[in-house]
Design a protein around this ligand. Sequence first.
Ligand code: ZN
Length: 196
Amino acid sequence: MRHTERKPLLLQPQLPYRNLDHIVKSVSAQHFKNAYDDVTWSFVIQRTLANIMPAARHVQIHNVLNATDVPEDVFVTIIIHEMLHLEIPAVKDKKGKWNSHPDEFWEAERNRSPNREASWDWLYTNLPLERRERLQCTDVVGKLIRFSPEERAAARVRFGIELPARIRSDDPLFRRISFDKWYLAIAETRRKNSSG
Ligand SMILES: [Zn+2]
């Protein structure tokens, strides 16, 4: 989750299957004394999990979370994080580099974001995430994964999962199948094939 002033050019807002208006309002009220009631949001296909454009007060959340079964607390955690960017602006370090997450930021998040750890557990369990430390942001890894008929049969027998012929790792439709299970289902079959 990173904040950026750049206007994204290629992002297409997606039809929202979740309405986050009430979460924005309640987070603003409970954690920010109603200072950020006017924050808007959208689901977009983008690289990062979530970010905010401070000037526009607009939060963009990766479309992989645009699904009805994402726990409410996960959105609360994301909205608190992005609103904290409005409260605690980026600072320039000694080398003149912008730091959007100074120590003060992480401390505020630790103290004021009650479900932070559980939310990140859920995110890492259910999404293919990759941390880019240098940029202090978390990406959703978008990959096309193809399954052979044999791999699909193995997944059915071993894990009771019906895998389609191919899936996009960042498609909310397929997110419900845990990535661990995909990996296990595939790795096991591929190992067998290569040794035999
Ligand atoms: Zn951030």
